[in-house]
Structure formats: structure tokens, C-alpha cells
Ligand binder design. Structure first.
Ligand code: SF4
Length: 366
């Protein structure tokens, strides 16, 4: 398959691994921001091919994982209301709220539907004009353009029974928050290529300069990640802290201007709480005032919903790169993908799920 198979070529991978070893003279710790990159690293054993002392720290870039528990509980409360059709991508259905998940609400009789696009939810709303239809719009800059387009279309087409439960988060403020932490060990970042395909690379040079960290925009296939790591180590060894693009087949410096214009029209920046991490100033998007009538939080009375995390779950430390998943005492015991205590064990991009899926036997013996 073009753009996949050739980016998993074993001979080229070995060549890049050799170049990484040749370039490395001392230990380094770098963070891959995106959960999709984490899964690729663990799945292909890339971290095990690196020189001793070169550590991959898994970042917070899993959209399901960082969606605040309070928003999950609001989703559960809205979905349970009579007459509501609650639409979501499938990976949100098993994310635990304070006491249950969307599957449980669905099995109790709620009309919860899995869709593959927010525009599918808009179609459902047009087909069911007498019923409120809510789409659960979460994620980073990658999923936001489609959600913005759906709200734009809802207003343009006049679909008043559609609304969006929105919890979008932004990567650059999270990078800054990680670097400001007194426990930060991160010396460089592999930036998420798909985020940059939307937003471009313009937000990163000030971060690289302020925190003196190399930032390399990186893709998701094995060769993409190895090349990102290679470019990062070359910079670290040279004492440089530049922004480089190791994913040029998908990312242009200016991003996607049409998508950015849609985002700018529909959303506005807001403070956002990240699950397990806490509030990061100006790290999210909410609907702009002229689209606020489509905000599910305004339309449904959920302001009083308060959430409580499992006391066993340490996903906040996992998401900040302070703890590896198997170092959580609940890993593989009280917490498994079948009975997750935290979102990082549920999501297809969660670090705990990656460790469970690809290193289960090895880690259970630890
Ligand atoms: S293993 Fe489970 S309980 Fe532990 S941090 Fe991960 S999601 Fe939370």
C-alpha cells in the first residue's frame, strides 16, 4: 500500500537505526507527542532498537485520554435524557466516566449511535427533526476541522436540533506546560505530523527557542519515526534547538489554510482541563459566540455535573511522561482493556493500552 509499505522497509529501518547509533554519544530523553506515534513505537519495538540511554517518553497526545472526566460525565448525562440521539466515534463508548460509560448508558436504553464522521450526525439530525441530536466532538487540531465544518453546515442548512458537545485541545500549550513542569525530563519533541498537516509548523519556533528544545515534525510509520528520532539526536548532539519537518509528504509549513480558516470562524480559544493533567491556560477550543446556540453544554442542563477519578489510576503521570504504564500498580491487574480504570487503557492511542497490547507477557512478569 503506497505511503505505508515503503515506510516500513526493514533494510531502510536498519540503516536509520545504524545512523542513530552512530550519531549518539550520550543519553537523551525525547517525547513523542502523539499517542499514534506511541503505538507505532511500541508495536514495532522501536524504543528497543535505540542506543542505551536514549529514552522515548510518551506524551499526552491521545485525544480520548485527555478528554476531561467531567465532559465524559456530561456526555453520559446528556445521552441518558429521553429523546436524545447521542452520536460519537466508537472509541469514546468504553471510556470510563465516574461511574459508568456510554456503553452502559446505551444498554440501559439510551439512543447512543456510533458514527464515522460528524457529518453523519448532522444527517441523523436532519432525518429526525423532532429529536435533539448531539455529536461528541473531542480531539486535537486534527479532528477539529471536521467538527467545525459540521457546525458551520448546521447553521447554514438550518438544523436547530443539532448540537456539539465540544472538548477540543491544542498541542502547543501542552508542550509549554510539559516544559514548565519542575519534574520535566524532556529534552526534545517529536511533534505530531497530522496536527501540523492542519496547523502548519509556525507555532513551534517560539517554543523551541524559549525552552531550547529541538522539535521535529514526525509521521507515524516506522521509517517516519526513526527519521524523526535521527534528526532529533543530530540536533541534540550539536546543541541545536530548531524546528525541522521530517514528514514533508504530509506537512507544509503553512498548514491547511482552508481548514484553519474554518477553525478560526467556528471556534475560539479557551482554558481547558486535560484529564489527569489539570487546567492548561488557553489550551482548547470552544464554539465562538456566533455558534454558541449549537453548544450542547448550553442547551442541556449539565453545569452541575462533577466528576471523580479512580484513586488507583495514575494516567496523569503517564500522560506527562513521568511514569511508564507498567509502573502503575493497577496495570494488568485491576486495570485492563476489558475493565479500564483510566482512559489511557481504553483508547486505541492510549499508552497503557499500547503496553498491554504489545508487551503484555513481558510486563506481567515484572
Ligand atoms: S494502567 Fe490503568 S489505572 Fe494505571 S495509569 Fe494506566 S489507565 Fe490508569
Amino acid at each position: 500500500m503506497k505511503y505505508l509499505d515503503e515506510f516500513g522497509n526493514p533494510e531502510l529501518a536498519h540503516k536509520l537505526v545504524d545512523e542513530i547509533h552512530a550519531a549518539t554519544t550520550r543519553p537523551w530523553a525525547m517525547m513523542e507527542v502523539c499517542g499514534g506515534q506511541t503505538h507505532s513505537i511500541i508495536r514495532h519495538g522501536i524504543d528497543q532498537l535505540l542506543p542505551d540511554g536514549v529514552e522515548m517518553i510518551h506524551g499526552p497526545g491521545c485525544p480520548v485520554c485527555v478528554t476531561p472526566l467531567e465532559i465524559i460525565d456530561k456526555a453520559l448525562a446528556i445521552a441518558a435524557q429521553p429523546g436524545v440521539i447521542f452520536c460519537s466515534f466508537g472509541d469514546m463508548l468504553r471510556v470510563p466516566g465516574s461511574s459508568q460509560d456510554l456503553f452502559a448508558v446505551k444498554s440501559a436504553g439510551a439512543d447512543v449511535r456510533v458514527v464515522y464522521s460528524p457529518l453523519d450526525a448532522l444527517t441523523i439530525a436532519r432525518d429526525n427533526p423532532s429529536r435533539p441530536v448531539v455529536f461528541f466532538g473531542i480531539g486535537f487540531e486534527t479532528t477539529a476541522p471536521a467538527n467545525a465544518m459540521t457546525v458551520y453546515q448546521a447553521r447554514r442548512l438550518g438544523v436547530p436540533n443539532f448540537s456539539l458537545l465540544v472538548s477540543h485541545v491544542l498541542v502547543p500549550p501542552a508542550v509549554a506546560a510539559i516544559m514548565e513542569s519542575p519534574r520535566c525530563r524532556v529534552q526534545a519533541f517529536l511533534a505530531a505530523g497530522h496536527v501540523c498537516s492542519v496547523m502548519g509548523t509556525g507555532e513551534y519556533p517560539p517554543l523551541a527557542a524559549k525552552y531550547r528544545v529541538p522539535i521535529v515534525v514526525t509521521g507515524f510509520e516506522p521509517l517516519d519515526i526513526l527519521e524523526g528520532i535521527r534528526q532529533t539526536i543530530v540536533q541534540l548532539e550539536a546543541g541545536e534547538h530548531e524546528v525541522r519537518n521530517a514528514y514533508p509528504r504530509a506537512v507544509r509549513a503553512e498548514g491547511n489554510p482552508a481548514a484553519m480558516a474554518m477553525l478560526d470562524d467556528v471556534f475560539e480559544v479557551t482554558d481547558r482541563t486535560w484529564r489527569g493533567i489539570g487546567m492548561i491556560p488557553r489550551s482548547g477550543w470552544r464554539l465562538a459566540a456566533k455558534y454558541r446556540e449549537f453548544d450542547a453544554e448550553e442547551r442541556f442542563d449539565v453545569a452541575g455535573v462533577r466528576a471523580a477519578e479512580s484513586p488507583l489510576c495514575r494516567s496523569g503521570e503517564v500522560l506527562q511522561g513521568l511514569l511508564k504504564p507498567h509502573q502503575c500498580e493497577a496495570f494488568g491487574k485491576q486495570c485492563t482493556p476489558r475493565s479500564p480504570l483510566g482512559a489511557t487503557m481504553v483508547s486505541s492511542e492510549g499508552a497503557c493500552a499500547a503496553y498491554y497490547a504489545y508487551r503484555r507477557l513481558e510486563l506481567v512478569q515484572l
